[in-house]
Design a protein around this ligand. Structure first.
Ligand code: SF4
Length: 76
């Protein structure tokens, strides 16, 4: 049976909320009868993206309210 879980793949300080946040990836693991294939990435999200959608201020691409700001790419 296929399994899915979310794992943090990058941590950064978010100035919008004044705290560290995680970029998370949804990993989809293959069923047991396909053990040689690795996990696939289904989606990405910010660990605080849902809360950002509720505070009424434009924030970033991960909250879906400002596509020009991508906090996880800053400092690269
Ligand atoms: S969704 Fe964007 S603005 Fe909101 S906490 Fe995450 S990185 Fe920061």
């Amino acid at each position: 049976m296929t399994e899915k879980n979310w794992q943090a793949i990058k941590i950064c300080y978010c100035q919008h909320i004044g705290s560290e946040v995680a970029l998370e990836a949804e990993l989809i693991f293959p069923p047991e009868h396909l053990p040689d294939s690795g996990p696939r990435v289904g989606a990405h999200r910010c660990s605080q993206g849902l809360n950002c959608n509720l505070d009424g201020r434009p924030s970033c691409i991960w909250a879906g309210t400002n596509p020009t700001v991508e906090p996880f790419s800053e400092g690269l």
